[in-house]
Design a protein around this ligand. Structure first.
Ligand code: ARG
Length: 389
């Protein structure tokens, strides 16, 4: 029997895949990557075994996900198309990497996933597979199998003697992890329709958020968030803490039309309280400590970085080279940023750093001004020179 390692979520599609692969004489090993989706993993595990998987690995990848994938993306200021913090996109390479490690350990000749043929995730998984082992067989049943609807999948499982506990009709397609959440499909497929309140679970609606603002201080060391309101947190806990704080005030909702790699536009709604707060805060701290040439130059690289992640190119040399650049950039991005959360807004209202380049002596219009204004005239004359005929 050929061995296949499947990225298993416990949902209907990947459950069907277990039975489908067994029917095709594969020995199925399921890998569940816990990136903080909050499922009952014991239940997920026993479901895989019941469906016929010979083994199940459940791996807690949360720490690695936040430290090695999310934090570098925050340092890079990577927002896809200026809006999306890439929570889902970042989780794929870490899951796929561990899937391949298990494939190697188990001597499997194939790997499988449950992504559709229209999305970005298939690319993210398969680029990782192929760069790790170009000869591995890749099976993506959902792209071409016989089932057209969820009901057909449920009926297929029933015909095999399995009744799995899933709702027949799901209003949305959701991807969640410890960093953030993405919601699409259903009524959201009409770009004109306002997202109904029931799509949101991490954030309250700004209308229902407290009428009193809350202040939050985030401390960064070399571009990495370390403390919230003076208290040190481990990376995963820090993200969870910020998600709660921001969520309470309706911070981090994004509604966007995005360009998928496969060429189509899709409408996605996101909830990213922690990411929103961290991006704003770090960006603001950068404006205090970086010189202007670095600040302006890095914008283009941030955009490039976001595209690499979105397009599944996490493992290519350029990504690592850009990390080196951003690590260098953040040598002095240490300090504290004060945010004000209020009815869906997250505003920076204060910042300080031992590496601040802000000079009160030069900026002030009040007493103690040390800026030599007499130099300005000559400066402007030279500045104009190249453009004179
Ligand atoms: N559009 C996002 C991405 O490509 C999220 C994809 C999954 N979305 C979902 N609602 N299941 O990274």
């Amino acid at each position: 029997m050929k061995k296949v390692v499947l990225a298993y979520s416990g949902g209907l599609d990947t459950s069907c895949i277990i039975a489908w692969l067994k029917e095709r004489q594969y020995d199925v090993i399921a890998v569940v990557g816990d990136v903080g989706q909050g499922d009952d993993f014991e239940e997920v595990k026993s479901r895989a075994l019941k469906l016929g998987a010979s083994k199940v690995y459940c791996l807690n990848l949360q720490k690695e996900f936040i430290e090695e994938y999310v934090f570098p993306s925050i340092k890079a200021g990577a927002l896809y198309e200026g809006k999306y913090i890439l929570a889902c996109a970042l989780s794929r390479p870490v899951i796929a990497k561990h899937q391949m490690l298990i494939a190697k350990k188990e001597g499997a000749t194939a790997v499988a996933h449950g992504c559709t043929g229209k999305g970005n995730d298939q690319v993210r998984f398969e680029v990782t597979y192929r760069l790790t082992d170009p000869d591995i067989e890749v099976i993506a049943p959902v792209r071409g199998w016989e089932f057209k609807t969820r009901d057909e999948e449920i009926d297929y499982l029933k015909s095999k003697g399995f009744v799995i506990n899933v709702t027949k009709k799901k209003p949305y397609s959701i991807d969640t992890n410890v960093y953030g959440k993405a919601i699409e499909c259903g009524v959201l497929e009409d770009p004109w329709v306002e997202p109904p309140e029931d799509v949101f679970t991490l954030t309250v609606s700004p209308q229902k958020a407290p009428a009193k603002a809350e202040y939050v201080e985030i401390e960064f060391v070399k571009g990495l968030p370390k403390k919230v309101n003076g208290e040190a947190y481990e990376p995963v806990k820090l993200i969870e803490t910020l998600n709660k704080l921001g969520g309470k005030h309706g911070v981090g909702r994004v509604d966007m039309i995005e360009n998928r790699l496969v060429g189509i536009k899709s409408r996605e709604v996101y909830e990213n309280p922690a990411g929103t707060m961290l991006f704003k805060a770090l960006n603001d701290l950068e404006s205090l400590v970086l010189d202007r040439e670095t600040m302006k130059f890095k914008t283009a690289l941030s955009q490039k970085y976001s595209e690499l992640i979105y397009n599944g190119l996490w493992w290519i040399p350029l990504k690592e080279q850009l990390d080196a650049f951003f690590n260098k950039v953040h040598e002095h991005t240490s300090g504290v940023v004060r945010l004000r959360l209020f009815k869906g807004n997250c505003d920076v209202v204060g910042r300080k750093s031992p590496h601040s380049r802000y000079s009160h002596k030069l900026a002030t219009y009040g007493k103690g001004d040390k800026f030599d204004q007499s130099l300005a005239e000559g400066f402007i004359k030279l500045w104009t020179t190249p453009f004179k005929k």
